[in-house]
Structures are given as structure tokens and as C-alpha cells.
Design a protein around this ligand. Structure first.
Ligand SMILES: [Zn+2]
Length: 168
């Protein structure tokens, strides 16, 4: 069975920074990437590159930053008053809020996002909300572990059910 639209694909991959070779993330045998094709769940060029492959096939390709997570934007860097980070007793945890730390936050509409601390001053924290992979050329290498047709329920819901997917 080959990969095309509306299939459930399991694959292993290693993602590296195409320019520096640094490893960004890697799937494990117990925890492959499982996704439904044709619904925009992954980067479009990622799907294009594995289209037509079958179980056991290997892949290696790279995606330029512009076609992946785009360029980092200054508009996504914000100064946030330090009081926001105090606990209910008014204590600021200096050991936790340090440059480089990734802090789970939510915006005014309750959306979850992660900010990376760039700088801590006496009254505010400079935080970067750009996607961690913004500006990076991505290199993917891996192999196709399983391919099956999506069920009608999965297509209706737009996601995978069962192993590696939604359990409901
Ligand atoms: Zn569902």
C-alpha cells in the first residue's frame, strides 16, 4: 500500500538542522509519528516528499525555512511585566525563570503557547514566542513503518484513532 491522501501513516524520523547538523528531535521505536495524510496535519512539503512511498521505504529530504515554519518575527518578541510570573504568595522563582527556559503561557483567548526567555530584568521578562523551528532549514531522515487506509470515522474527525492517535 502506498502513501496518498486519506491514509494513516506511521513513520520514524530524525529531524536535524540542515545547516548545522544539530539533532532537533527523533522518534523512538515505541513512539513513531502517526498522522492522517491530506488534512494539513503536517508541513505540506513533508507530505509531498513521502507521497507514493510504501512500508520499508527510507526517506531523506530537506525543507527550507520559508516552506516550514517561516522566519522569526520581532513582533513575536514581547516584554512581559515580572509580576505576571509571581506565584500566589508574590514570590518570583529566580531559578526557574532564566534565559533559555521554555515557559508554558496562554494568551488573552486562552490559547496555549510556549515562550522562550531571552532576558530577565528587575521589572520584566523579554520573551520570544516564535516557533522554535522558525528560521531553520529542516532535514528529515527516516523510514515508513506502516500505511493503512483511514476509516470513515477518522476522515470525519480529521485525525487518527487508536494507536498513536486519539483514544475516544
Ligand atoms: Zn476522533
Amino acid at each position: 500500500m502506498t502513501i496518498k491522501e486519506n491514509m494513516v501513516v506511521s513513520l520514524s524520523y530524525k529531524l536535524t538542522n540542515h545547516k548545522t547538523g544539530e539533532t532537533i528531535e527523533e522518534t523512538s521505536n515505541d513512539n513513531p509519528m502517526v498522522f492522517l495524510t491530506g488534512v494539513g496535519g503536517v508541513i505540506p512539503q513533508f507530505e509531498e516528499n513521502i507521497d507514493g512511498k510504501k512500508v520499508g521505504d527510507a526517506f531523506a529530504f530537506h525543507i527550507e525555512a520559508d516552506m516550514a515554519y517561516g522566519s522569526p518575527s520581532e513582533e513575536k518578541v514581547a516584554m512581559i511585566p515580572i509580576d505576571v510570573f509571581r506565584d500566589e504568595k508574590g514570590v518570583f522563582d529566580e531559578a526557574y525563570f532564566v534565559p533559555g527556559a521554555l515557559i508554558p503561557m496562554s494568551d488573552n483567548e486562552g490559547n496555549h503557547l510556549r515562550g522562550k526567555i531571552l532576558e530577565v530584568t528587575s521589572d520584566s521578562i523579554k520573551m520570544d514566542f516564535n516557533h522554535p523551528l522558525a528560521g531553520m532549514d529542516l532535514q528529515f531522515e527516516g523510514s515508513i513503518l506502516n500505511v493503512r487506509e483511514a476509516t470513515k470515522d477518522e476522515l470525519d474527525h480529521g485525525h487518527v484513532h487508536g494507536e498513536g492517535g486519539h483514544q475516544h
